[in-house]
Write a protein that binds this ligand. Structure first.
Ligand SMILES: C[S@@+](CC[C@H](N)C(=O)[O-])C[C@H]1O[C@@H](n2cnc3c(N)ncnc32)[C@H](O)[C@@H]1O
Length: 252
């Protein structure tokens, strides 16, 4: 499958029933907005330690989905643009932001071509939990991130740790090997929001899971300086990694 085919399949998967899923998961946009308004920092806890004052920032949020990150950042005063392929996500995100009394921008479509229309517009790119595996060519994806940024811009990426995404799982407290860490297959996978949907079938996603080395090397090859690479433990099993945060700045 090439990237166009992957994006088409993932657009259909994420467009099918995600609006209903977010209502099941987070409540109506009004209910979810009240929670974000009460404590926007909580939703941003993995990102904020690596950001300067959001009120002064123009932030891009590629693959920002239901808009909870974008809305929380907008509540703190940031000017935020989500880039996402799903109209169903867009509907939830715009209703969420409006209910929270803030404005966000939402660019609807395939990220890489969209990024080329917003060159050098942003101070920071912020991304969270389930982004890089939607791209079959990491170099093209990172070039698109670089396109969005101003000369001294930087990226904050909080992602699932590849060791748990690709190779191991925990079963009854024991580590079990479930996959090949070095596999380069494009695989069919359940679309994450399907766990919130009952009685309707949700199309599968197509994903390419990358190793940590591949991700960090692609940022370095794409002209970024790696400022931080922090591996964070799983919340349930503190002895193995669950997520990582990469902070990388464009080399001037
Ligand atoms: C798992 S979600 C990302 C999580 C999200 N950042 C959050 O904060 O919860 C993946 C998102 O990527 C979007 N997506 C997948 N492929 C895409 C593409 N090629 N261009 C733009 N958006 C894409 C989907 O619509 C979905 O909203």
């Amino acid at each position: 499958m090439n990237q166009d085919e992957i994006a088409k399949q993932n657009g259909a998967a994420w467009g099918a029933h995600s609006y209903e899923a977010w209502i099941q998961a987070y409540g109506t946009p009004e209910e979810a907005a009240a929670i974000l308004r009460g404590d926007p920092q909580r939703k941003l806890r993995r990102i904020l330690p690596h950001l300067e004052n959001p009120a002064n920032l123009k932030i891009a949020n590629p693959l920002g989905s239901h808009g909870r990150i974008a809305t929380a950042l907008a509540i703190l005063g940031a000017d935020v643009t989500v880039f996402d392929i799903s109209a169903s996500n867009q509907q939830y995100a715009l209703e969420l932001a409006a209910s929270a009394g803030v404005q966000i921008h939402y660019e609807l479509g395939d990220f890489i071509p969209l990024a080329n229309k917003s060159q050098n517009e942003f101070d920071v790119v912020v991304m969270e939990l389930g982004v890089v595996h939607y791209f079959s060519d990491l170099n093209n994806f990172i070039a698109a991130l670089s396109t969005l940024l101003q000369a001294n811009g930087y990226v904050v990426l909080n992602e699932f740790h590849p060791i748990v995404n690709k190779a191991i799982d925990m079963v009854d407290g024991d580590v079990v090997l479930v996959g090949n860490y070095f596999s380069d297959n494009i695989k069919q996978a359940d679309t994450p929001y399907s766990v919130f949907i009952e009685g309707k079938s949700v199309p599968l996603c197509a994903i390419r899971l990358w190793t940590l080395g591949e991700i960090v090397t692609a940022f370095a090859d794409g002209g970024f300086r790696i400022d931080k690479l922090i591996e964070e433990p799983m919340s349930k099993y503190q002895s193995i990694p669950g997520t990582f945060t990469l902070v990388a700045s464009l080399e001037m």
